[in-house]
Design a protein around this ligand. Structure first.
Ligand code: DPP
Ligand code: ZN
Length: 876
């Protein structure tokens, strides 16, 4: 659990040339033989020992060039192996034998079992749980893998690369050999063995090579992999067309497993997925599930170039592969669906997850400089903010130079393990821009606050925009430098046209982008014939908090007339937030809040505007969440008041728009057989949003109950059930609907996860009791990460009133859960604990309870490094 610092990086003393692995698989006694060929790096002292990483390993054999090593020449512990007196220059072979118990591996790191399937997860540091190894991403080697297993229970034997061959062994076992010609770091190693069904297809690459595509799932679930296969082929094609990247092996495999800590893993040629992001069927998957599958299949596939062929020098560079690959999958989804709707969803997610992280005790730079446990840095900052930084790079440079920079990056660094500096240098080189200031986005944590004010001189036709930026202090970084903030903007004129921005002084302006680079900057636009309405940060061109006092009338103008549709959504959001904040204050006094007419009119105008696509209208009508309101208020938060105030506003909008919502509920019915395409999904989204408002207006469950009974797909069914459960939790009809749902889908784990989630997120103080009851349900399973996240995770992350009960019982419950999960699966425990990251912004009584719960965790006698790292940072 020591702190690792970026500045301490140095290359290994020994170069690993080749890796030969043999696995004799057994549920409890798996034998692994690793033959590793090394040579001493030039210039390294001949006395330097070889030090290999391990984690909970048991070594049963150690050879040097096939000879026993003298006991005096090595030291072994369960977490390291040190070998001394090794050759000064000549290559040598070390053979290590270890014994593993996959069945007992509940951490789901290294080699483990899930539903009788052997499977591995090695990122970030799981390979060291398989054998002693230089387990770091800058050690790239070519691997041969031999797998031996029982033929009956494990007819399928998979590893990275291309299949070499296999045979029966006569003792009921068989073997298979795989060879991966691409040098790779150990975190991309994978092995899968078991009895699975397969869906097969082929893809012909841009140079005419045929690639065999295989998706392995549990027997009987093959039809549910069809959409994932379709998404994979579209991803492969898109990466060729947009980034010029071709696949490089003869085979690409995906395996879906039901016990997995993360979403999915991009192992070379053998992706392993949480089955949640592979399996989909109209009766069991929602539109959101389909969109997630498409995005994650693409994400892992895109890693083949951004992550695998070009990998990270060290784990501080995680955003090099993750931020860039998220950006690529965002662009892919935008091209496959509606770009605006996709952008709105991204920004909602960024603000809901990353902004709170960046504003709390867990804030860290996109490229951190120290960590205790790397598993705790697979964060929305590294992923989503990392993606936003890549997007800004494209905005600052423009599409052509960005593409040139990417091409240079691929050409120059293919086959290497590199850094963020290497990446940024490619863009500096092609654009001849000094990227030093821009790079602060990687180094300075915290969401910048930009304050804008404007003036218009009608006589001189001059419009002045004054901008000021401030990056708030974050842990370990008390003072910050001004950043390079690219702000896209539009000046909307009275007649509905847009002012031309060509004559600006005071800032660099490229196209519709202002480059804010100083702490304070005043930009002047001349030739502006009438008072313009400023639309700033179009498309969310920079991930900032914007403080700009704009009148409701101006915001409503943007919401109606902006050519940039994202900005319209943003304007509606900006109209809604002050209403929700005011409603919170009123609710805190025990009174009922009113809603501004400007907001109601703007929302209903968007709802009824048939020129706007339904998915956009649904997003426009979705008010900022309770978490959004809490973030806007910032401190002394009372989740009950936020909830009550928001309910008042929802009801006011619902009543005012009853006719429109009723029309939409009829108009947006999707006829014909189910299709997960974006247009149909958009109609369903708008219809369900309208239904939800109607239930607010009517305040009785019948309409939701009808929707529940008539639904012919999981989107409509789960939405209707959510409305029933959240609004009428104790109604007999709701109770019946919940049990009907459970009875119908009891054998489908992914749907039962939804059943748990819907109930875990029912607002109010009774939620905790409900969660406790659900934990006793036979379908609850505390060892399955998806199930634990569905119940305990969503309760803590997504039930603000239930979790933040004023008596602190929610926090005490979570503390106990964390201490229970931690010994089994520290990664899962640490992740769920981050749900408390904003505890300091709660009002005093709740904050005190939260602090005590965190202290209870911190005081536990035996904590994993994962949990102790998170809890200590949260209490600091
Ligand atoms: N590298 C993995 C990913 O794709 C981590 N789960 O994000
Ligand atoms: Zn990734």
């Amino acid at each position: 659990g020591e702190i690792i610092h970026l500045e301490d990086y140095r290359p290994t003393d020994f170069v690993l040339e080749r890796v030969d692995l043999t696995f004799e698989l057994d549920p409890r006694e798996t034998k692994v033989e690793a033959r590793l060929i090394f040579h001493r790096r030039e210039g390294v002292s001949p006395d330097a020992p070889l030090i290999l990483d391990g984690d909970e390993l048991k070594m049963t054999g150690l050879l040097f060039d096939q000879e026993e090593i003298l006991a005096a020449n090595y030291d072994v512990a369960d977490d390291s192996l040190t070998i001394r007196n090794l050759p000064a220059t000549a290559p040598f072979e070390i053979t290590i034998t270890t014994e593993l118990n996959p069945e007992a591996n509940t951490k789901l790191m290294g080699l483990y079992r899930t539903s009788h399937v052997y499977c591995t997860q090695c990122e970030a540091e799981g390979f060291r749980r398989i054998t002693y190894f230089p387990d770091r991403p800058d050690v790239l080697a070519v691997y041969t893998v031999n797998i031996i297993a029982d033929k009956q229970t494990a007819p399928l034997l998979l590893a990275n690369g291309n299949y070499l061959g296999g045979a029966s062994m006569g003792d009921g076992r068989h073997f298979a050999a795989w060879f991966d010609p691409h040098p790779k770091p150990s975190y991309l190693f994978a092995l899968v063995a078991g009895d699975l069904g397969v869906v097969e297809d082929t893809f012909t690459t841009m140079s005419g090579r045929d690639v065999a595509l295989k998706i392995y799932v549990e027997h009987g679930k093959e039809p549910r992999a069809a959409y994932a296969m379709d998404a994979l082929k579209r991803s492969m094609k898109w990466d060729e067309e947009v980034f010029g990247r071709e696949y490089d092996l003869d085979i690409f495999m995906i395996v879906a497993v039901s016990d997995f800590n993360m979403g999915a893993m991009e192992n070379k040629g053998l992706n392993v997925f949480n089955d949640k992001y592979v399996l989909a069927h109209p009766e069991t998957a929602t539109d959101a599930d389909y969109a997630n599958i498409e995005a994650i299949i693409a994400h892992e596939y895109f890693h083949n170039w951004t992550g695998n062929r070009i990998t990270c020098r060290d784990w501080f560079q995680l955003c090099l592969k993750e931020g860039l690959t998220v950006y690529r999958d965002h662009e892919f989804s935008a091209d496959q669906r509606s770009r605006t709707v996709k952008r709105v969803a991204e920004v909602r997610h960024l603000k809901a997850e990353q902004f709170p992280e960046d504003a709390g005790p867990l804030a860290h730079p996109v490229r951190p400089t120290k960590y205790r446990e790397i598993n705790n840095f697979y964060t929305t900052t590294v992923y989503e903010k990392g993606s936003e930084v890549t997007r800004m790079l494209a905005t600052v440079l423009g599409a052509d130079l960005f593409k040139k920079g990417m091409d240079l990056y691929f050409d120059r660094h293919d086959g290497q393990a590199v850094t963020i500096e290497d990446f940024v240098a490619c863009f500096a080189e092609v654009s001849k821009r000094d990227m030093t200031q821009f790079s602060l986005w990687y180094h300075q944590a915290g969401t910048p606050l930009v304050t804008a004010s404007t003036a218009y001189d009608a006589a001189k036709q001059i419009f002045t925009l004054s901008l000021e930026q401030m990056v708030p202090p974050t842990p370990g970084q008390s003072t910050k430098e001004p950043m390079h903030i690219p702000l896209r903007l539009g000046l909307l004129l009275e007649d509905g046209s847009e002012a031309v921005l060509s004559s600006a002084t005071g800032a660099e302006v490229t196209g519709d982008v202002i480059h804010l680079v100083e702490r304070k900057q005043t930009v002047t636009f001349t030739g502006i014939v009438s008072r313009p309405v400023l639309s700033l940060n179009r498309g969310f061109s920079a991930p900032i908090n914007l403080h700009f006092e704009q009148t409701p009338a101006d915001r409503a103008h943007i919401a109606r007339h902006e050519s940039d549709l994202f900005a319209r959504w943003q304007a509606l959001n900006d109209l809604a937030l002050p209403n929700l904040v005011a409603a919170t204050a009123i609710a805190r006094e025990g009174a009922k809040a009113e809603c501004d007419r400007a907001l109601i009119d703007a929302l209903l105008a968007a709802a009824a505007d048939a020129r706007l696509e339904p998915a956009f209208r649904a997003q426009a009508l979705a008010l900022p969440s309770e978490a959004d309101v809490a973030r806007e208020i910032g401190s002394n938060n009372n989740p009950d008041a936020i909830h009550a105030g928001r309910q008042d506003i929802m009801t006011a909008i619902a009543k005012a728009g009853r006719d429109i919502f009723s029309t939409l509920a009829d108009e947006m019915v999707v006829d014909g057989p189910f299709s997960p395409d974006a247009a149909s999904a958009g109609r369903r989204a708008l219809r369900n949003t309208a239904l939800s408002y109607l239930v607010y207006a009517e305040n009785q469950p019948d309409r939701a109950l009808d929707a529940f009974k008539s639904a012919n797909n999981m989107t409509d069914l789960s939405q209707a059930l959510t409305i029933l459960a959240h609004r009428f939790p104790d109604d007999r009809k709701t109770v019946e609907a919940l049990s009907a749902f459970k009875a119908r889908f009891g054998d489908n784990a992914l749907v039962i996860d939804k059943w748990f989630t819907i109930q875990a997120t029912i607002p109010g103080a009774d939620a905790l009791g409900r969660v406790r009851t659900l934990m006793a349900d036979p379908l609850f399973n505390s060892t399955n990460p998806n199930r634990v996240r569905a119940l305990v995770g969503t309760f803590a992350f997504s039930n603000p009133t239930g979790f933040n009960r004023a008596d602190g019982e929610g926090y005490r419950f979570l503390a106990r859960q964390i201490l229970d999960i931690d010994p089994r699966n520290p990664q899962l425990a640490a992740r769920i604990l981050t749900s408390m990251r904003s505890w300091r912004s709660l009002e005093d009584v709740r904050a005190e309870h939260a602090r005590n719960a965190l202290r209870e965790i911190a005081a536990a006698p035996k904590l994993s490094v994962d949990v102790s790292d998170i809890v200590e940072r949260m209490l600091k």
